[in-house]
Ligand binder design. Structure first.
Ligand code: PGA
Length: 239
């Protein structure tokens, strides 16, 4: 599974052009490809991709029922707009809005309830890695999900080391393998997809995808350029 996280990029015309370009990519029948545009462009994009296998996702939502939450959208709305997934707990939101796995539990539950899948991001900062705490941090971010009593059958995890996001410096194959093994050990399920994210590019993709335990990628910057995004999908295909 290769998912593009467009973050807070694209105006309407760029977004629609990019979605149309993604529609023309190769291997859409054999690799699950998804795009997560800014919330405003979800509706027109679901119309563009409706006859394809491309998944559309939101970058965040609330788990609350409809009500007085100015500026927010909830899981039911995102689902109704045609999404099949929601990115949750991205490190940029953890850092800026104080999101934690504990606080996200009701959103994870609400997303699962709609039939969409949550794509939950975990990952350590540079400081945490340098102080030898990377594995504890990631396990700590996963643990609330495990003790929540939720059926995690539909969940997808993305391991995204914060120090690798947007830096052009993807984690080494060894780092990825070690952390993916830890993630799989903690969640203790064989069927969970565990993606890697953090500077995945046409140059780094082969290395990332050859790492043991990697089920695909969450791609930020490179997903805004269809040639690069297509090259990453092609790398997955030749794995
Ligand atoms: P990047 O972002 O590919 O630009 O490093 C990945 C992400 O934050 O999901």
């Amino acid at each position: 599974m290769i998912i593009g996280n467009w973050k807070m990029n694209t105006l309407r015309a760029d977004a629609l052009a990019l979605a149309n370009a993604v529609m023309e990519m190769e291997y859409l029948d054999s690799t699950r490809v998804g795009i997560c545009p800014p919330a405003l462009w979800i509706d027109p994009i679901t119309r563009i991709v409706k006859d394809s296998s491309i998944l559309v996702g939101a970058q965040d939502c609330l788990g609350d029922r409809a009500g007085a939450h100015t500026g927010c959208i909830n899981a039911a709305m995102v689902c109704d707009a045609g999404c099949s997934m929601v990115i949750l707990g991205h490190s940029e939101r953890r850092a800026r809005f104080g999101e934690t796995s504990e606080k996200l539990l009701n959103t994870v539950a609400a997303v699962l309830e709609t039939g969409m899948f949550p794509l939950v991001c975990v990952g350590e900062t540079k400081k945490q890695r340098e102080s030898g705490k990377a594995f504890d941090v990631v396990a700590g971010q996963l643990r609330p999900l495990l003790t929540s009593g939720l059926d995690l059958g539909g969940i997808v995890i993305a391991y995204e080391p914060v120090w690798a996001i947007g830096t052009g410096l993807s984690a080494s194959r060894k780092d990825i393998e070690e952390m993916h093994a830890t993630v799989r050990e903690v969640i203790n399920r064989n069927d969970t997809l565990v993606l890697y994210g953090g500077s995945v590019s046409p140059e780094s993709a082969d290395d990332v995808f050859n790492a043991e335990g990697v089920s695909g990628a969450l791609v930020g910057g490179a997903s805004l350029n269809v040639s690069k995004f297509a090259a990453i999908v092609a790398a997955w295909e030749r794995k």
